[in-house]
Design a protein around this ligand. Structure first.
Ligand SMILES: [Zn+2]
Length: 254
């Protein structure tokens, strides 16, 4: 096995007299492949995956090696890399464990492309390294979060484990917390915390507009597809923030 879990079959050429290794080559070759995913929220989308022998991995070498793992209800660890015998992932239903993974992997890809093609930024840390995403975190967990310490993105499955938090603006919002952390470093409290959150909403909305998906028409609402309130209303309204009953429309000394 190689470090990333890819199987290895090394051919060695040795000197018959001395035993010295003269050359090696790897027989298991990997290649970028273009697959298709059907996510819970993103609809049917292309995915750049990694082909390793006859197996496909939900891993994208063209975007810093970003990959998605299945936590299968656990709340710690890296999870298990998604693999498949075909390059077709998920079926659009939350009951298929790959569907949320399609959302997550696609969300990471679009966020990568948005930052790269809009701002010339090469990944969240601008170092070319992709973050990984974990789906199916915990039980009935109604949130998603970015964590600098694992440099990873995590999604819960929501109410009754049937409403994953994997919508595109949520992906863009959370990964933008990583960008803020690696740039402005705004403390997560008071006014700087408000700017931190607002920046994530703005950039997350930018990601949604950049993707321009038929299944998720761009708008200035946050989390309009995940139905976290149970009545179809979004989490936040960027046209008039006070519509959510709690946010301020503009700065005040309070
Ligand atoms: Zn946030």
């Amino acid at each position: 096995m190689r470090a990333d879990g890819t199987p290895s079959r090394q051919q060695l050429v040795t000197d018959a007299a001395s035993g010295e290794v003269l050359s090696t080559h790897e027989e298991i070759q990997t290649a970028n492949a273009t697959g298709t995913g059907k996510g819970v929220f993103v609809g049917t989308v292309p995915l750049t995956t990694n082909q390793s022998g006859s197996t496909y991995q939900l891993k994208d070498a063209t975007r810093g090696g970003q990959y998605t793992t299945n936590l299968a209800g656990k709340t710690s660890g890296n999870g298990t890399l998604y693999t498949n015998s075909t390059n077709s992932w998920g079926n659009g239903l939350a009951s298929n464990t790959q569907s949320a993974a399609v959302d997550a992997q696609f969300g990471a890809a679009v966020t990568w492309d948005f930052y790269k093609n809009t701002f010339g930024r090469n990944g969240i840390r601008n170092d070319g390294v992709g973050a990984y995403s974990r789906v199916h975190y915990g039980k009935n967990y109604v949130n998603a979060f970015w964590d600098d310490s694992c440099f990873c993105m995590t999604y819960g499955d929501g109410t009754s484990n049937t409403h994953p938090l994997t919508a595109l603006d949520v992906s863009g919002h959370e990964m933008s917390h990583g960008v803020t952390s690696n740039t402005a470093g705004l403390n997560y409290s008071g006014e700087s915390g408000g700017l931190n959150e607002a920046t994530s909403d703005i950039m997350g909305t930018g990601v949604e507009w950049y993707a321009n998906l038929p299944a998720d028409k761009p708008d200035y609402l946050i989390g309009e597809l995940i139905n976290i309130n149970g009545d179809g209303t979004p989490l936040r309204y960027m046209d008039k923030p006070s519509k959510d009953g709690g946010s301020a429309d503009y700065w005040s000394s309070g």
